[in-house]
Design a binder for this molecule. Structure first.
Ligand code: ASP
Length: 597
């Protein structure tokens, strides 16, 4: 090694030792006579002092060092003079007195500061990702990611799982997104598809008798990128034979509980992980990925207001709709423009409008609320008792604001769900050091694509319907529930899985329900149906988004912060400038000609 120690490991106990260090110049302070270099490597920073009276040449070389130069320094570890210690640095009690040094490689002035966690435009960070990754925050994120993945591997290994690699060049394995295609040179006009997940492969491994499989797997989905999506992402992919839902959910709960407790003991988790049915999640939080770090649940007020004289409420209920609401704690004194803003938001989400009800300015219990204190267009149509009953149902107090929406149940829930998020965010209600994991269960098996007039899988076509719902596939597919579960955390879906269909007869039936012709089924999934005829065991699994999980563990807001070389929001790799055109020769080899658009 070019060094005997790492910069960050030096302490008082090393005083008097001769050391050789190598790393990057984090900062140089020239005090005329003395020059100080903060030398940085992956383990941390140590101060090096260059004194011309001790080593003249060395001091002269140090005067030429600049930020991010790669240098090597030999010297002796010494206590810093009293009063000059730096309690902020783990190495702050000591310094290295340089006796010999050389510059291994100079550096141009970097386009942004490496030694500060300053805001830098993301495109610049991505272009110079290798410099961005040198920064402490990103080094910590890379390390955390490595530790999380290692934890998962060790945990599953101890439980008897084996990791099996599956191919990247394969045939479409659908998860509801567009495939990335790779043209074949050897087979003109034919294409591989990159897997949207190893779904079919892991199921085939179950037929193969592997019983407990996992993989830290790359998946590829060509969809429009969003803040927390990437064209390629990493998933913990897992499958087990001879299991029931509980086995998989319990395993996941243990894995995540012990991972957080080991890697991030300062983070609190709610144990056991709450479980919600899909219907409950929508009714109470307006979404199937609720943020459970705070309450403000959506509650149904229809039974209270159906008796009122307020026509908006009454007619919504008469038309089969609902009246539901949430509370915004302490927001009774919201200004007109603040209320208008919430109203616009509700309308933007498809609601007819938002009825706000301010419950008096001072915060106190509801007992002395009078009708004069209530400000709302609906107030004069409601009795004080009705208002109090609504407030009680929403667990509101005086000083709170009620947000009420009337209309079609789906829209009401979804709009209130978004408002709930908004209020939670505005009022900072989410406990910062909490990871609120939960499982969502009992999803419908199918959803209707109204435009295309066909059924789509809510999860994917391999998910088994609940046994008692199989007959519904013939008569009322919309009512059939799937053996599908999702795992959510802090408002993100972090994973999902299911118990699978394992007979060719039922799998064929589901494919046909999804609108595939017999020929298409044979062409696309014939290998699966055939495999199921050779003794496929009952099996099920799950897949979890590693990027999102590490993002949450790291307290980051974006998965790009925990991926070494992510694509930007337009699916472009700015470090390599990919995608990029290829030569005519390459196209010809692939039997391709570009179309004029
Ligand atoms: N293949 C699924 C996905 O990627 C997960 C699973 O069903 O195991 O979402």
């Amino acid at each position: 090694m070019l060094k005997t120690h790492s910069c960050g490991e030096l302490r008082k106990k090393h005083v008097g030792e001769k050391v050789t260090l190598a790393g990057w110049v984090d900062r140089r302070r020239d005090h005329g006579k003395l020059i100080f270099i903060d030398l940085r490597d992956r383990e941390g920073i140590v101060q090096v002092a260059f004194n011309p009276e001790i080593a003249r040449l060395c001091h002269e070389i140090a005067s030429r060092m600049r930020s991010e130069y790669v240098v090597r320094i030999s010297g002796e570890v010494a206590l810093r003079p009293p009063g000059t210690e730096n309690p902020k640095l783990p190495t702050g009690e000591i310094e290295v007195i340089a006796r010999d040094t050389n510059i291994l490689n100079p550096s141009k002035t970097p386009p942004f500061y490496i030694n500060e966690d300053s805001e830098v435009e993301e495109s610049l960070r991505l272009k110079y990702r290798y410099l961005d990754l040198r920064r402490t925050r990103m080094q910590e994120n890379l390390l955390l990611r490595y530790r999380a993945v290692k934890f998962i591997r060790d945990f599953l290994d101890a439980k008897g799982f084996i990791e099996v690699e599956t191919p990247i060049l394969i045939k479409s394995t659908p998860e509801g997104a567009r495939d990335y295609l790779v043209p074949s040179r050897l087979h003109p006009g034919e294409f591989y598809a990159l897997p949207q997940s190893p779904q079919q492969l892991k199921q085939l491994l179950m037929v193969a008798g592997v019983e407990k499989y996992f993989q830290i797997a790359k998946c590829f989905r060509d969809e429009d990128t969003r803040a927390d999506r990437q064209p390629e992402f990493t998933q913990l992919d897992l499958e087990m034979s001879f299991v029931e839902k509980e086995d998989i959910l319990n395993l996941m709960e243990k894995l995540f509980t012990s991972m957080v407790e080991t890697l991030k003991p300062e983070i609190r988790i709610i144990k056991p992980f709450p479980r919600l049915s899909y219907v409950d999640a929508l009714e109470r939080y307006g979404t199937d990925k609720p943020d459970l770090r705070f309450g403000l649940e959506i509650r149904n007020l229809s039974d209270i207001v159906v008796q009122s004289d307020f026509s908006i409420f009454r007619s919504a209920i008469a038309e089969g709709g609902k009246v539901k609401g949430i509370r915004a704690p302490g927001c009774a004194n919201y200004s007109r423009s603040q209320l208008d803003e919430l109203n616009k938001m509700a309308q933007g989400l498809g609601a007819e409008g938002l009825v706000t009800m301010s419950l008096g300015s001072a915060t106190s219990s509801l007992s002395n609320l009078t009708i004069e204190m209530v400000k709302s267009v609906a107030a004069k149509f409601l009795s004080l008792d009705q208002i109090k009953e609504m407030a009680e149902r929403l667990e509101a107090n005086r000083g709170d604001l009620l947000l009420i929406i009337a209309g079609k149940p789906k829209i009401v829930d979804m709009a209130l769900g978004e408002l709930r998020q908004e209020i939670g965010h505005r009022l900072n209600l989410a406990e910062p050091n909490l990871l609120a994991f939960a499982f969502i269960e009992n999803f419908p098996l199918l959803r209707r694509d109204k435009e295309a007039e066909r059924w789509e899988s809510e999860h994917h076509p391999f998910t088994a319907p609940r046994d008692e719902d199989v007959p519904l596939l013939e008569v009322a597919p919309e009512k059939a529930r799937g053996k599908h579960y999702d795992m959510v955390c802090n408002g993100y879906e972090i994973g999902g899985g299911s118990l699978r269909i394992y007979t060719s007869q039922l799998q064929g039936k589901v494919f046909r329900l999804l609108g595939y012709s017999d020929d298409e089924i044979e062409e696309r999934f014939g290998h699966m149906l055939e495999a199921f005829d050779y003794g496929a065991p009952p099996h099920g699994g799950i897949a979890l988004g590693i990027d999102r999980i590490v993002m949450l563990l790291a307290g980051e807001k974006n998965i790009r912060e925990v991926i070494a070389f992510p694509k930007n929001q337009n699916a472009v790799d700015l470090t390599f400038n990919a995608p990029a055109p290829v030569t005519e020769t390459q196209l010809a080899e692939l039997h391709l000609r570009l179309r004029e658009e």
